[in-house]
Design a protein around this ligand. Structure first.
Ligand code: CA
Ligand code: CA
Ligand code: CA
Ligand code: CA
Ligand code: ZN
Ligand code: ZN
Length: 446
């Protein structure tokens, strides 16, 4: 055989798109350990059948749709004098608007329609749903005239006891063609887009036109979520409030999993750019993450457009497996086919492998502070107005120190949200006290 029989590498690569080959061959499994511990999310392993006919193993997530990493609400302000902290957001035409009192006051101008009058002109009081019956009646596209000009908010207390179940293949399978989401013309796939690490779903776009057509407004909170009586709390926009897993290479942070088991990442990379090579579903591949999605911009009331992976069509009975015999069952192992990968493994830099199953492919990421007993996650980081703390233990006290070690502020028994809007730009150390001890976390204020 002579070298004439070989096509020059450049030509082969032009045909096969060599640069994509390694990206296409990387397949990242679903990591069950990334779902936030607690009572609101339960993960089990079950047998399942995928849309391509394959029988395989799946993770089943049962969620109460109660985020443990941020508070829910507020949605509707009470008076047109209220500021943005007393209301949520509205998504219109690609932009995110604060639903403060002024937004409600100006609705007739905003939508150029004098029928909008959602407040009492003499008191400034905003007309909003006040009971579960109001919520049920007004959060309905065929809302009656009596609920026109209502700001609709359904409260968490209306949906206690509700659970949602989501099933992901442990190993995602990319198909040669995409599946459109359910509930649309010609659609066969699921309707839910994916699930955040807190167990709350990324839902189909909110039916904004029907909502507006009824002269109602059903705002989202600052995390992009609101409640309906059937689905409970759910997201329509990714605003960066839920748990982010920051990447080692500046790629957009991971925010959850799509229902086909492929990872979902934020819209923007750390430098503010967004990928330019996304397919029709909003997915692409790289050598580290394999095939994955980037969500749409928050203002578009959208996450991803379709799925390219096989989705679960039937689920079977519970399984417990420790296929690689490393002492970590599939439920607690991010790769149950490799005994060198588990929560006790040592992270190795410079590869696309998350050896220790913490969701990060390298030894250090600036925004995650790990103490042995109690990892504390801060996000967003850098932040501007507030910081959210994710701790597995109740937080007793948080102290904020400047870089010189001077105590700036101390908060006793805070909720998971701390207002840092009064801090100057710069680096700070947070000392987070729990009954198990103190964890230091670095925080950057923009
Ligand atoms: Ca194992
Ligand atoms: Ca393993
Ligand atoms: Ca890791
Ligand atoms: Ca690694
Ligand atoms: Zn909704
Ligand atoms: Zn990407």
């Amino acid at each position: 055989m002579t070298s004439n029989n070989f096509l020059p590498v450049a030509i082969i690569c032009a045909i096969l798109q060599c640069s994509d080959l390694s990206a296409q061959t990387t397949v990242q499994k679903v990591n069950p350990l990334l779902f936030l511990d607690g009572t609101s999310v339960t993960v089990t392993t079950i047998g399942c059948t995928l849309s391509n006919g394959t029988s395989t193993t799946c993770y089943q997530i049962v969620s109460t749709s109660t985020p443990s990493d941020h508070t829910m609400g507020p949605w509707c302000p009470s008076n047109i004098s209220d500021d943005a902290t007393q209301g949520g957001i509205w998504l219109e035409n690609g932009s995110v608007y604060d639903v403060d009192g002024a937004f409600i006051e100006n609705l007739s101008t905003f939508y150029n329609d004098p029928t909008w009058q959602m407040y009492d002109a003499s008191t400034g009081e905003i007309t909003k749903t006040l009971t579960q019956a109001d919520c049920a009646a007004a959060a309905n596209p065929n809302v009656g005239v009596q609920y026109q000009n209502y700001c609709v908010e359904c409260l968490p207390s209306y949906v206690t006891g509700l659970t949602q179940t989501y099933v992901f293949p442990v190993t995602p399978v990319k198909l040669t063609s995409s599946t459109s989401f359910g509930m649309g013309p010609g659609a066969t796939g699921p309707s839910v887009r994916g699930v955040a690490f807190n167990g709350v779903r990324f839902d189909a776009p909110a039916p904004v036109n029907a909502i507006l057509g009824a002269y109602t407004l059903a705002p989202f909170d600052d995390a992009g979520g609101h409640i309906n009586l059937a689905a409970g709390y759910h997201y329509h926009a990714a605003t960066g409030v839920t748990t982010n897993i920051n990447q080692c290479d500046g790629h957009a942070p991971m925010i959850g999993y799509a229902l086909d088991g492929h990872g979902i990442y934020a819209h923007e990379n750390e430098d503010g750019t967004s990928p330019t090579d996304l397919d029709a579903c909003f997915g692409h591949s790289d050598a580290t993450r394999g095939y994955h999605y980037h969500v749409d911009e928050a203002g578009n009331n959208n996450f991803i457009n379709c799925i390219f992976g096989a989705y679960v069509t039937a689920s079977g009975s519970a399984t417990t497996v420790d296929a690689d015999n490393d002492g970590f069952s599939l439920l607690n192992d991010c790769d149950d086919n490799n005994a060198a990968i588990n929560s006790n493994a040592v992270e190795i830099d410079g590869n696309a492998i998350d050896e220790n199953c913490d969701g990060v492919f390298c030894t250090s990421v600036s925004v995650t502070s790990i103490a042995a007993a109690n990892p504390i996650r801060l996000y967003p980081n850098p932040m501007n107005g507030f910081v959210l703390l994710n701790s597995t233990l109740p937080i007793l006290k948080v102290e904020i120190y400047d870089i010189a070690g001077k105590l700036i502020n101390s908060k006793i028994a805070p909720q998971n949200t701390i207002d840092v809007s009064d801090l100057k730009s710069g680096n700070y150390i947070l000392k987070v006290h729990t009954k198990e001890g103190v964890t230091n976390a670095q925080m950057i204020k923009e």
